[in-house]
Design a protein around this ligand. Structure first.
Ligand SMILES: Cc1cc2nc3c(=O)[nH]c(=O)nc-3n(C[C@H](O)[C@H](O)[C@H](O)COP(=O)(O)OP(=O)(O)OC[C@H]3O[C@@H](n4cnc5c(N)ncnc54)[C@H](O)[C@@H]3O)c2cc1C
Length: 435
């Protein structure tokens, strides 16, 4: 088949790779001059199936109110009323029940674990260099309350058979020796040994090069404007460089997918949740992290990428506003300075960046068919697009090719949002007829 992939972030490029492997002729349309220029550019670098969990969790509504008041808090909501934002928040609140959390986490773990295997195969086939390390994730607790709250996640990890270890402060310092000097600030941690780290942009660009070598066409600097549907079937894509026809089309435009789909009557729940990162050169190897940590208090991730440290966090609900706010940089510098004070030079340039996480209210992406024949979705990966990319791409490529997917997939499609939000986490959603 002739297939168009819209968007060359990590999701679009991995999709192009998997479709090409199955023998399709693939063209990728991307508005930027290169791959991974938007949200896949400088994320936290965690490939973290073990840490895959929805943000919508029991207790979050109360925490969110507290977070809105703190100086270094992980959540910010722009007070300007906006319909999409209000609807996203209402839907997310509906997902904060223990039952919905368990169902959503289960789905996310399934896809993320599958993705881990799919990534291993891509690495073995391509040998792409992307500052890859396989040394696990350490979730750091600064209070006993946080440690206690981790029990619900541990029960789910046990059910899924995902290796994990609850650690004392001593145990944390054995995994990350640089923490020895700040041990008085910690009470323990949860270690997920199978998690990995790597530079998402380097991987995506490396894979785009391999795709090109295999015959995939990348057309950069092209703005996708609309989707053309004829007799219930996708017939073409309208761009600022003319019309492209194809047998099938995959929408992988992250947060921008929602507006593209709306004129076809496809109401995607994906909303942009802004996050920030800084990247610092390591000046003292022994004082720096070896792998990746998640500071549970500030919800900030600190990741070693070669001779750099990436620090990322903050959830800001502010639509498509891409302004860089100095106070977010201050929070990231505060957290990395608090845990790894001697790892970097305080005067070094910190490559301040922001990106829009394409979030669904239940945390699970939209992977699979759309109500329009020939139009497929691979978007809404939110906080875990790097982690889930290779598995989502492989699953979708199998579905488009009429092959039997290797994991259950019916509850990963947009169909789950065609019911009332409170029911959206049903493990076996009712399949409605297409629009
Ligand atoms: C601060 C932060 C930290 C994160 N940390 C992690 C992490 O540690 N681990 C993890 O797994 N995930 C992480 N994520 C999430 C992850 O980065 C995203 O889920 C992932 O990058 C989304 O990839 P994507 O391809 O869907 O979107 P994008 O990378 O944004 O790609 C979409 C592409 O579509 C293109 N596009 C959009 N509109 C158009 C148009 N009209 N015409 C043509 N092209 C268009 C864009 O230019 C872009 O290249 C983080 C995100 C942020 C913001």
């Amino acid at each position: 088949m002739n297939i168009l992939v819209l968007g060359a972030g990590v999701i679009g490029v991995t999709t192009a790779w998997q479709l090409n492997r199955l023998g399709h002729r693939v063209t990728v349309l991307e508005r930027q001059p290169a791959a991974a220029e938007e949200t896949s550019h400088a994320n936290a670098g965690q490939i973290s199936p073990g840490y895959s969990a929805p943000w919508a969790a029991p207790g979050i509504p109360l925490k969110a109110v507290k977070w809105l008041l703190g100086r270094h808090s992980p959540l910010r909501i722009d007070p300007k009323p906006e319909w999409d934002k209000l609807r996203f928040m209402a839907r997310m609140l509906a997902q904060c029940t223990p039952r919905a959390y368990a169902v959503n986490k289960d789905r996310m773990l399934r896809l993320a674990e599958y993705s881990r295997q799919a990534l291993a195969e891509v690495i073995a086939e391509t040998g792409i260099e992307f500052d890859h390390r396989e040394r696990g994730t350490l979730q750091l607790f600064r209070s006993h309350k946080q440690m206690h709250a981790a029990r619900a996640d541990i029960a789910l990890l046990e059910r899924q058979g995902i290796p994990h270890e609850l650690l004392t402060v001593q145990g944390c310092a054995q995994i990350e020796p640089a923490l020895e000097r700040v041990r008085h600030k910690l009470v323990g941690g949860l270690f997920l040994p199978l998690d990995q780290t790597g530079d998402c942009q380097a991987f995506t660009r490396g894979l785009a090069e391999r795709c090109t070598a295999q015959g995939v066409r990348f057309l950069y600097g092209i703005e996708v404007r609309s989707l053309i549907q004829e007799a219930g079937r996708l017939s073409a894509v309208e761009t600022d460089a003319g019309r492209f026809e194809a047998d099938a089309c995959v929408v992988a435009m992250g947060s921008y997918s929602t507006a593209l789909l709306r004129p076809l009557g496809i109401h995607s729940p994906v909303y942009p949740v802004k996050g920030y990162s800084i990247t610092l050169p390591v000046c003292d190897d022994r004082a720096a992290p070896l792998s990746t940590l998640m500071d549970e208090t500030h919800k900030v991730a600190i990741t070693r990428l070669g001779d750099r440290i990436r620090v990322a966090g903050t959830a800001e609900l502010a639509g498509f506003d891409l302004r860089l706010k100095p106070e977010r940089r201050a929070t990231l510098r505060h957290v990395v300075g608090d845990l790894f004070p001697d790892a970097f030079d305080g005067d070094a340039d910190d490559a301040f960046w922001c990106g829009l996480r394409p979030m669904t209210p239940d945390g699970t992406p939209l992977v699979g068919r759309s109500p329009v024949e020939g139009l497929w979705l691979n978007t809404g990966h939110g906080t875990l697009g790097w982690t889930m990319s290779c598995g989502s791409a492989r699953l979708l490529a199998d579905l488009i090719s009429g092959r039997q997917p290797e994991i259950p997939h019916e509850d990963l499609t947009i169909v789950r949002y065609r019911r009332s939000p409170a029911d959206a986490s049903s493990a076996n959603p009712v399949i409605h007829a297409p629009n």
